[in-house]
Write a protein that binds this ligand. Structure first.
Ligand code: SF4
Ligand code: SF4
Length: 298
């Protein structure tokens, strides 16, 4: 019976991938058209940053070193933690501007490694006195005893999304460090188009400030944080300047949307284009001296 069930499951997966392949191929073609300057001028950006969902990277410390980590935790390890008063200011500003978040996701790095992790959750839970419908979520790798012990202390009204990672190689990740600006096929793209992450996962708050997405904040960390907004942006602010500056470095820009792992070849190494080789080299150099790395030339 079990083998019949498993055969049926495989048949369904096969059918789905057979049908979804052409759909994603079509979406890919549309993406190529959509990010041209002409299409962007006529239709506006393909994706806009979220107004009701936010991801907060509270730390860049992590107990794993995953390949192609899109916060560069592996490529440029750093134990920067977000100060608690940044979370307090976020809650204060959200209430002052009548901002009713649908979701607040707490992540990093591995968020449970932040020394004030439970205090941060406490501050965010107080925000729910103002917006009771807000879903607060913790995104964790679930790896190791210390992380699991911290997870057990999370209050039950907070949702935990546990990816239960077991090792450093993540074949399902995308090639984050392949900058579109280094690829002739994307050189004339309008980077204001961003990608679906800023719409679907949310805008970002990181130790460097507010961004169109938290991935962008992780990129800006390597540049010395010159770009983030210092305070909660108004809804009228599409943050297109940040997309134009930071999406050109981000490998997620190329596909522009999530593609199921079954339709992609597993990624077993960590490719880096020229811009990223330079960014990491500059970052390592500046860590030894002053921290003022510049954005790579357009
Ligand atoms: S667990 Fe997450 S933050 Fe940590 S290295 Fe892996 S992908 Fe990066
Ligand atoms: S391309 Fe990268 S930096 Fe730009 S919105 Fe998407 S995830 Fe964020």
């Amino acid at each position: 019976m079990a083998s019949i069930r498993s055969a049926a499951r495989s048949a369904v997966h096969y059918l789905i991938s057979l049908l979804s392949g052409p759909w994603y191929a079509l979406r890919g073609c549309y993406r190529q058209f959509r990010i041209t300057p002409t299409a962007t001028r006529l239709l506006g950006p393909q994706y806009l940053r979220s107004r009701d969902a936010i991801e907060i990277d509270i730390t860049y410390a992590c107990n794993l070193r995953c390949t192609n980590c899109n916060r560069s935790v592996t490529q440029a390890p750093d134990k920067t933690h977000m100060p608690l008063d940044m979370i307090e200011a976020f809650v204060r500003d959200s209430i002052a501007h009548n901002k009713r978040w649908r979701t607040i996701r707490v992540l990093g790095g591995e968020p449970t490694l932040h020394p004030r992790f439970l205090d941060i959750l406490h501050v965010l839970r107080k925000y729910r006195g103002f917006a009771p419908e807000c879903s607060i979520q913790v995104v964790t790798n679930g790896h190791g005893k210390a992380v699991q012990a911290a997870l057990r202390k999370i209050p039950p009204d907070i949702r935990v999304e546990n990816s239960a990672k077991e090792g450093n190689v993540q074949p399902d990740f995308g090639p984050f460090n392949m900058a579109p600006m280094d690829d002739p096929a994307f050189r004339s793209s309008d980077y204001a188009n961003g990608c679906s992450i800023m719409t679907e996962c949310g805008m970002g708050l990181t130790p460097g400030g507010y961004y169109q997405c938290a991935v962008a904040g992780g990129i800006d960390r390597l540049l010395g944080y010159p770009h983030g907004r210092a305070s909660l942006p108004r809804d009228a602010d599409d943050m297109l300047d940040l997309s134009r500056t930071l999406c050109r470095l981000c490998g997620h820009f190329k596909d522009g949307h999530m593609i199921p792992a079954s339709l992609r070849a597993p990624l077993l190494d960590e490719p880096k284009s020229a811009a990223w080789v330079k960014i990491y080299a500059d970052w390592k150099h500046h860590r030894r001296g002053t921290r003022s790395a510049a954005t790579p030339a357009e």
